[in-house]
Design a protein around this ligand. Structure first.
Ligand code: IFM
Length: 471
């Protein structure tokens, strides 16, 4: 059992009340985190291949060259997925595999891998759910300016069409981007993700161009699908909640700013076709203006069929420094996240399932778009028992509490249509390398052996019992 949550008790699998028959159950992964085969069949480097080579950027200098070797073990992995009884598998396409260098024609060998994956999923009645972009920008496009440059949005739309033209006759579920906040803010402002740049203004330009890329790709995919092909199109955002530490005006303002930068900056243009005025004013204080051109917001607000929600935690905010100041050294208002005395995961993330219910109800109220939880899960420092099993009661408890939070949100009126566990298997956790294990399946990186953790068995049984109860 994990030291961070010694209280985690073994949870029995039971049917989750209130889940309708068509509720989707899935597992999720992304290309760079699992595929490996970094230089095979025409794939060229992405910004992550480059970033991993920067000394100090990733724990122990680890990288995705081999990762879980999924590129070579894909049929066995699909077998594993089917054995869990999930109906949906969310995975991402590697842009530098499908369109090496980020421009020009499709690479047939790259597409073939995903065609074979879809064949395997079809054979086992698992629905493919494609994410077009999970952070692996072709390096050439970064060299040409990356997401802060407007042209990258057009390049993304072209790549999206290459993928849709090749796979759209067999795949109905398409997500354009995974977590544009991370691409922009971690990649271009904090510099802790690829490409490792540190410029707030560039990061905000990246936000706009990511959203524009989403919009351009969405409208072209929608047009190509026409009225005959089934299509469920959306975007996935990482979302949390912002709770004020006290009822003071400063703390409530801090929450307005945090919610503005983390949620409304994306969802207002996506759903309502406008950026939130208060956030634009906050950005102006930093001397930043979004590079919006005529027609951009119409493209960005191309209707969404579904909003993918990745939830890991909510946060408490204060509008003052620990010393009580409301402005920082630059005279800008303070938005400080305040640690709480709550159980934590191995990422040191607070465990806050109730805030998932709150988030989903807020999304329903503010935006009214059907949602699917496209990621939820936790890293813990798993121990392998003498008999080879992985008794991860802490992860099972995390999943159980968050699935219950989804059920509660549904009961209170949120239109949540699915839940995908992050992640199918342990994988490359970005700047943390292979240190942090999010899988419900353990990967022994020395042998590439896969072992179902207890949480995977619990998830499998929970899905089966829930389905049986709704039959
Ligand atoms: O592993 C990541 C994933 O790639 C994106 N969402 C959050 C996960 C856990 O950090």
């Amino acid at each position: 059992m994990n030291a961070t949550t010694p209280q985690a008790l073994v949870r029995p699998a039971v049917a989750v009340p209130g889940m309708p028959a068509g509720f989707r159950w899935g597992v999720a992964t992304s290309a760079y985190q699992i595929e490996g085969a970094a230089a095979e069949d025409g794939r060229t480097p992405s910004i992550w291949d480059t970033f991993c080579r920067v000394p100090g950027a990733v724990v122990r200098g680890e990288h995705g060259d081999v990762a879980c070797d999924h590129y070579h073990r894909m049929p066995e992995d699909v077998e594993l997925i089917a054995g869990l009884g999930v109906d949906t598998y969310r995975f991402s396409l590697a842009w530098p595999r499908i369109q090496p260098g980020g421009r020009g024609p499709a690479n047939a060998k790259g597409l073939d891998f995903y065609k074979r994956l879809i064949d395997e999923l079809d054979r086992r009645n698992v629905t493919p759910w494609i994410t077009l972009y999970h952070w692996d920008l072709p390096q050439e496009l970064e060299d040409a300016g990356g997401w802060p440059a407007r042209d990258t949005a057009y390049r993304f739309a072209d790549y999206a069409m290459l993928a849709y033209e090749a796979l759209g006759d067999r795949v109905a579920h398409w997500t354009t981007l995974n977590e544009p906040w991370c691409s922009a803010m971690l990649g271009y402002d904090a510099g802790v993700h690829a490409p490792g740049r540190r410029n707030f203004g560039d990061a905000l330009h990246a936000v706009h161009h990511l959203l524009l890329g989403h919009g351009l790709a969405s409208s072209r995919i929608r047009e190509a699908a026409g009225s005959t092909r089934p299509l469920e199109l959306g975007i996935t955002l990482n979302l949390g909640t912002a709770t004020p530490e006290t009822d003071s005006a400063a703390d409530r303002e801090a929450c307005r700013r945090a919610d503005g930068m983390g949620r409304r900056l994306y969802l207002d243009p996506l759903v309502h076709g406008r950026y939130p005025e208060d956030v634009l004013a906050d950005l102006a204080l930093h001397g930043v203006e979004l590079p919006v051109q005529e027609g951009d917001l119409a493209a960005i607000s191309t209707p969404l069929d579904v909003l993918g929600v990745n939830f890991y935690r909510g946060a408490l905010f204060s509008g003052t420094t620990e010393d009580g100041a409301t402005a920082d050294a630059d005279g800008l208002p303070v938005t400080r996240s305040v640690p709480r005395d709550l159980p934590r995961t191995a990422m040191d993330w607070e465990i806050t399932p109730g805030e998932l219910t709150e988030l989903l109800l807020g999304l329903q109220h503010d935006y009214g778009v059907p949602t699917v939880i496209t990621e939820n899960g936790a890293a813990f420092d798993d121990l392998v028992a003498a008999d080879g099993s992985v008794p991860d009661a802490d992860r099972t408890a995390y999943l159980a509490d968050h699935i219950a939070a989804v059920a509660e949100a549904r009961e209170r009126g949120a239109d949540v249509r699915g839940y995908f566990a992050w992640s199918l298997m342990d994988n490359f956790e970005w700047a943390y390398g292979y240190d942090k294990r999010f899988g419900i399946v353990r990967v022994d990186y020395a042998t590439q052996a896969r072992t179902l953790k207890d949480s995977a068995k619990w998830y499998r049984d929970t899905i089966r019992l829930t389905r049986d109860a709704t039959r």
